[in-house]
Design a protein around this ligand. Structure first.
Ligand code: COA
Length: 278
């Protein structure tokens, strides 16, 4: 892992990091980066097979791992998962709110329940996680890293549900920074851009659409899960001990020109499938 060349291997030795949705994608990448620096890792998600295969990967990096099946929409299930992680690994030093849902749907084709499903997973799920972790984080003077998205501050075509949910996540992040600073708890967001080899990219830019993205990114490449993992490690580490309420954007500059060109690509890709406007 590249992070081992950049930071001391024991930076997170004796620390516990819990990552919701940690069984795959960007969240598993975040988990791997923490594990590489000596952290013990708790993960939860909805699919046991996926979580068990993530456990194997993380154990190979030397981490002690606690696994629980829990949907972030279910507060009691999360509280049980966090209690188990505490019993197996010790109190949590960092919570990463990574569990998220996404699909591409123009607003006029989105059902109220579809909108609600994403808001429930992303926003309510983030609150549930932070609330259920509060006591452990207060004890360790730990921190929270929310996984947000550029949709939180730039409107994207066919992403009304995600934009609303992630804007809420960033607002919650700042509110908790304001309220929980007095308990020694820091709260920040990491904002991934177009990250290669993830569920999000497969959903948002399927097939050849992906190849058209790098020229639209100021740094001219897709991001990697390690780009996001390293930023999350920074926010949780002593390097950021006076950083709270911050949105750390890891997108190669992708959001700077806005989402217009992206929107055009999506509309072109969906042409023929979009409802007509007349
Ligand atoms: N287009 C429009 N509506 C959709 C949809 C799509 N592609 N996929 C799901 N929905 C709607 C469903 O139709 C349903 O609404 P309805 O009851 O009015 O029909 C609603 O969303 C809930 O769907 P359901 O499948 O019951 O939700 P779920 O809780 O099982 O799954 C999702 C949540 C929909 C977000 C699902 O995509 C998911 O589990 N994603 C997790 C992984 C993920 O998205 N990763 C990417 C992160 S960037």
């Amino acid at each position: 892992m590249r992070i081992r060349e950049l930071l001391p291997e024991g930076l997170f030795a004796g620390k516990v990091v819990f990552i919701t949705g940690g069984g795959s994608g960007i969240n598993l990448g975040i988990a791997r980066n923490f594990a590489s620096l000596g952290a013990s890792i708790g993960i939860c998600g909805r699919t046991l097979d996926r979580l068990e295969s993530a456990r194997e990967e993380l154990e190979e990096l030397g981490a002690a791992v606690s696994v629980s099946v829990a949907d972030v929409r279910d507060f009691d299930a999360l509280a049980t998962a966090f209690a188990r992680s505490r019993e197996e690994l010790g109190p949590m030093d960092c919570l990463v709110c990574g569990a998220a849902g996404n699909f591409v749907a123009p607003a006029e084709a989105l059902s109220p329940n579809g909108f609600k499903a994403v808001v429930d997973i992303d926003l309510l799920g983030s609150f549930n996680s932070a609330r259920a972790a509060f006591e452990q984080l207060g004890e360790t003077h730990g921190s929270i890293v929310f996984v947000s998205a550029g949709q939180a501050y730039t409107p994207y075509f066919a992403q009304a549900h995600v934009g609303a949910a992630k804007a809420g996540v960033d607002n919650l992040m700042q509110n908790l920074a304001l309220e929980w600073g007095r308990y020694g708890i820091r709260s920040n967001s990491v904002v991934p851009g177009p990250i290669d080899d993830t569920e999000g990219m497969r959903r948002l830019a399927p097939g050849k659409l992906k190849e058209q993205i790098p020229p639209l990114v100021p740094l001219r490449r897709l991001g990697t899960v390690d780009d996001v993992g390293m930023a999350a490690v920074f926010l949780a580490s002593p390097l950021a001990s006076y950083v709270t309420g911050c949105r750390l954007v890891v997108d190669g500059g992708q959001n700077l020109p806005g989402s217009g060109l992206f929107g055009q690509l999506v509309q072109d890709a969906m042409s023929g499938k979009l409802p007509r406007s007349e």
